[in-house]
Write a protein that binds this ligand. Structure first.
Ligand SMILES: [Zn+2]
Length: 144
C-alpha cells in the first residue's frame, strides 16, 4: 500500500491509500476518486512533501492493526450517529435528491432541509448552480 497526497481541481488537498501507483492512475482516469470537500473527481497527485523527520509520529498508520480496527469501528459508529442525527432533522428523499434540491432552490417545492444521495457529478452541478448542499463522504451502507 502507498499513500498519496492528492489535490482536486479546486486546490483541496487530501490523502488516500492505493495498492500502487498504477492503481491510482487507473482510478483517477475512471474518475473513481473524489475530493472529500467538494466531490470533484478531477484529482491529481499533489507535490510530495519529503518527510524529513525520522521521529516516531502518532499517525494512524503507526497504530498496530487491532487498535486500528477498533479506531475504525469507533469512527464508523460516530459517522453512523452523525447520519442518524442528520436524518432526524431532514426529509429523506433518497435518489431524488438532486431533483428535489433544485425544486426547493427554484421555489417549486416547500423549503425544507432534505437528505438523499447524489453522484459526485450531480453534487458538483448543484454546487455550481449555487444550491446549498453539504456533501457527506460516506453512506451508512459502507459500514461492515
Ligand atoms: Zn475539492
Amino acid at each position: 500500500m502507498i499513500k498519496f497526497s492528492l489535490q482536486c481541481e479546486n486546490g483541496h488537498e487530501f490523502e488516500s491509500w492505493f495498492s500502487d501507483s498504477e492503481a491510482f492512475n487507473a482510478q483517477s482516469e475512471k474518475h473513481l476518486i473524489s475530493c472529500p470537500l467538494c466531490t470533484s473527481t478531477n484529482i491529481k497527485k499533489a507535490l510530495m512533501t519529503p518527510n524529513i523527520s525520522k521521529k516516531k509520529s502518532n499517525k494512524l498508520s503507526d497504530f498496530p492493526a487491532p487498535e486500528l480496527a477498533s479506531k475504525r469501528r469507533e469512527a464508523l459508529a460516530l459517522a453512523s450517529q452523525f447520519v442518524e442525527r442528520i436524518k432526524k432533522i431532514t426529509d429523506d428523499v433518497g435518489d431524488k435528491f438532486p431533483e428535489e434540491a433544485r425544486k426547493i432552490h427554484y421555489e417549486e417545492a416547500p423549503a425544507r432541509p432534505i437528505w438523499g444521495t447524489a453522484s459526485p457529478e450531480e453534487a458538483k452541478e448543484l454546487i455550481e448552480e449555487g444550491i446549498d448542499v453539504i456533501p457527506v463522504p460516506f453512506s451508512p451502507k459502507d459500514q461492515n
